[in-house]
Design a protein around this ligand. Structure first.
Ligand SMILES: Nc1ncnc2c1ncn2[C@@H]1O[C@H](COP(=O)(O)OP(=O)(O)O)[C@@H](O)[C@H]1O
Ligand SMILES: O=C(O)C1=C[C@@H](OP(=O)(O)O)[C@@H](O)[C@H](O)C1
Ligand SMILES: [Mg+2]
Length: 172
């Protein structure tokens, strides 16, 4: 069985969907951010504030490679920036994984992130109107990397269950 890798912008639902997909398939789930936090013994916010983003991206790359190289079967929820640094996007095309881009519109992302930004250092201190513009530009810049995924699932207007169903169809 291949590892299943979920990617996409902050708030698209990688962590939520990975967890729910794991319950249905009984395939264990790993969240890359949680693995990094455990390894560093610091929260994502603390890693950014104490060591900076460049250091975080180094840990993120190392952890991503380590998870891909492990022999265990699992569902891996990436961080929103994972595919966009250290040539991680090229790893999304490996034959021994299934990579899925959870594609969300600016509107969906904004609505979710506006209520949920404190643990996301890139947007934690932004005012709401600044955040909408930031998401629009950032998503545009990052789409090139996200589009290296082998599959794409649109999540707009879908419940968690409906998105999980779409992923199960890809895996069937
Ligand atoms: N249909 C949905 N699918 C996924 N997440 C949803 C949905 N509706 C609301 N949410 C909420 O949006 C947020 C998505 O955050 P999260 O799963 O952490 O995304 P990511 O890991 O991609 O940043 C969660 O708070 C989740 O409860
Ligand atoms: O988009 C990004 O660069 C980031 C996304 C976050 O993960 P989520 O996408 O799960 O919020 C986390 O890795 C870190 O805050 C940086
Ligand atoms: Mg997440």
């Amino acid at each position: 069985m291949k590892k299943i890798v979920l990617l996409g912008y902050m708030g698209c639902g990688k962590s939520t969907i990975a967890q729910n997909l794991s319950k249905i398939t009984n395939i264990p789930f790993l969240d890359l951010d949680t693995c990094i936090e455990k390894r560093a013994n610091l929260s994502i916010n603390e890693i950014f504030s104490k060591h900076g983003e460049v250091y975080f991206r180094k840990l993120e790359h190392e952890m991503f490679v380590e998870l891909l190289n492990s022999s265990e079967n699992n569902i891996i929820g990436l961080g929103g920036g994972t595919p966009c640094y250290a040539n991680n996007h090229l790893l999304l095309q490996n034959d021994d994984i299934v990579s899925i881009y959870l594609k969300a519109s600016i509107e969906t992302l904004y609505n979710r992130l506006a209520q949920n930004k404190s643990k996301r250092p890139l947007i934690a201190n932004m005012e709401e109107d600044e955040m909408k513009e930031f998401i629009a530009k950032h998503l545009f810049d990052r789409s090139f990397y996200y589009n290296h995924a082998q599959h794409k699932v649109s999540v707009d207007g879908k419940s968690v269950e409906e998105t999980v169903e779409d992923i199960l169809e890809i895996l069937a």
